[in-house]
Ligand binder design. Structure first.
Ligand SMILES: NC(=O)c1ccc[n+]([C@@H]2O[C@H](COP(=O)([O-])OP(=O)(O)OC[C@H]3O[C@@H](n4cnc5c(N)ncnc54)[C@H](OP(=O)(O)O)[C@@H]3O)[C@@H](O)[C@H]2O)c1
Length: 342
């Protein structure tokens, strides 16, 4: 085993935490730069870098136990240098940093600018490799956060630094928004006939192991890496059927027209001219529409079709086993917040 010294950004997020666990399991030396607790950051609604009220502040000490946790602002290069690197040597940077809202201004500030600054600090500090958690949906960049991510991907590729750009399909948490309503006896909500999209769900820990493998596997370096979990691609209808089967109930579905999201988007966009706060909500409706109609699979650039067979797999965790674990209490229900459309 070739232990490395790694700086992790976004370590307090879902995948960041799993990456830190995987790095430690593989014997690496891990330093995390996390946002200071709200009081320390003068946390107020007017400070975009303060910890948002909904952020899981149980974080660092418990979830990142075993790593060297340092408080600072990943959005500020001076803080990154002073509080994160502290003039020390690191082999690589792994970033799981991402806008928590996907709202355009936040996305450009976090997914693009914070990464541009982090890349420059990493290079100046002599790091040899950057592993970036991106998203498969940047293949068809219709949303501001996708454009911001793609713009940074290009910067990283052009930088000359060794890179691994990991573009996962769908996380389990994003496919778990309806567990409680099904358990409560309600029907599964789906857009159209529930077969408009497909994805290859990947677990946090399988994805984290893959990101960590990028450090040592040359076949995962200087590459853009779309990646999904094991097994066939699943439609929303199949996800619902799995939940009903695990609960021993007859499947019940309710179809929601995609046009409803269009109407919400148009209404909020129009109202946004008068009430700027509604523009952000309009972007969220646009994000919801995107995921209601676009598959999270490799997109064939020639045919314009999504291709499950061309989407690589990693790991062994299945969504069905995860649903089962949540239903019988072995796994905690995911913290959904802004990730759930339903
Ligand atoms: N959900 C899916 O199905 C899916 C699928 C494919 C790809 N992805 C991509 O995966 C990525 C990460 O996902 P995730 O679920 O792990 O994200 P997450 O749980 O929302 O975590 C985001 C991380 O970024 C940090 N962060 C956000 N804004 C910050 C700011 N202003 N200053 C400092 N730190 C900030 C957060 O810190 P705090 O804890 O302090 O807020 C947290 O550590 C995203 O790029 C997403 O597009 C998601």
């Amino acid at each position: 085993m070739n232990a490395r010294r790694i700086l992790v950004l976004g370590a307090s997020g879902t995948i960041g935490r799993a990456v830190v666990r995987s790095l430690l399991d593989h014997g690496h030396d891990v330093v995390c730069l996390v946002r200071p607790p709200a009081a320390f950051a003068h946390g107020s609604r007017h400070n975009p870098d303060a910890v948002p009220a909904h952020a899981p502040r149980d974080v660092p000490e418990t979830a990142l136990a075993g790593a060297d946790i340092r408080y600072g602002l990943a959005t500020d290069p001076a803080s990154l240098r002073e509080h994160g690197l502290r003039g020390e040597r690191f082999d690589a940077l792994i970033s799981c940093l991402a806008s928590r809202t996907g709202a355009p201004a936040d996305a450009w500030r976090i997914d693009y600018q914070a990464h541009v600054d982090a890349l420059s600090v990493a290079r100046e500090a002599g790091m040899g490799h950057m592993v970036l958690l991106s998203a498969i949906c940047v293949q068809k960049p219709l949303l501001a956060f996708q454009q911001a991510k793609l713009a940074f991907e290009r910067k990283l590729i052009d930088s000359g630094l060794c890179y691994s750009i990991v573009r996962p399909t769908a996380f389990f948490k994003s496919l778990s928004g309806q567990i409680e309503r099904i358990r409560a006896g309600k029907p599964f909500l789906m857009f159209g006939n529930g077969e408009l999209t497909r994805c290859k769900p990947v677990s946090d820990s399988d994805l984290a192991d893959y990101l960590v493998r990028c450090l040592t596997d040359p076949t995962l370096q200087n590459r853009v890496l779309p990646i999904g979990g094991p097994g066939p691609a699943l439609t929303p209808r199949e996800q619902g059927e799995t939940l009903f089967r695990l609960l021993g109930r007859e499947p019940r579905f309710r179809s929601v027209p995609v046009a409803m999201l269009d109407a919400i988007y148009m209404g909020l966009s129009a109202a946004g001219w008068l009430i700027p706060a509604l523009r952000q909500k309009a972007e969220l409706a646009k994000i919801g529409r995107y995921y209601a109609t676009e598959s999270m699979l490799v997109l064939d650039p020639v045919s314009g079709c999504y291709d499950a067979d061309a989407t690589p797999s990693t790991g062994s965790d299945t969504l069905a086993a995860y649903y089962e674990a949540v239903l019988d209490g072995r796994a905690a229900a995911p913290d959904l917040r802004e990730h759930a459309v339903f």
